[in-house]
Design a protein around this ligand. Structure first.
Ligand SMILES: [Zn+2]
Length: 92
C-alpha cells in the first residue's frame, strides 16, 4: 500500500511525547498538549467555563509541569485537565 501524506503532516514522534508545550500561569507551570478533534472521543468538563467539551472538539489538555509539593500525586499526569482552547488561553 502506498503511503501518502494525508492530514498527518507532522513528523512521527514517540507516543506520548508529541506536541507538548509548557505554559506559565498564575498557579504555576503547566505542560500543555493539544488534542485534535479526531482524538477527542470523550466528553470532558472544562474547568474554565464548567461546560462540556464534546467529542470531536479540538481542545487542550494541561497538567502541572512539576509538582510543587513532595510527590502529592502519584503522577502529574493524573492531574490532567481538559480545557477549551479559548478558556485555556484566557486562564491567568
Ligand atoms: Zn471552557
Amino acid at each position: 500500500m502506498a503511503k501518502r501524506p494525508s492530514k498527518h503532516l507532522r513528523p512521527a514522534r514517540p507516543l506520548g511525547a508529541g506536541h507538548a508545550t509548557s505554559a506559565t500561569k498564575a498557579d504555576g507551570r503547566w505542560v500543555v498538549r493539544s488534542v485534535p478533534g479526531d482524538r477527542a472521543v470523550k466528553t470532558y468538563t472544562c474547568p474554565g467555563c464548567q461546560r462540556a467539551i464534546t467529542p470531536g472538539t479540538p481542545h487542550v489538555v494541561a497538567w502541572p509541569a512539576a509538582p510543587t509539593g513532595f510527590n502529592q500525586a502519584a503522577s502529574p499526569a493524573a492531574e490532567r485537565r481538559h480545557w477549551h482552547s479559548g478558556c485555556w488561553a484566557r486562564k491567568h
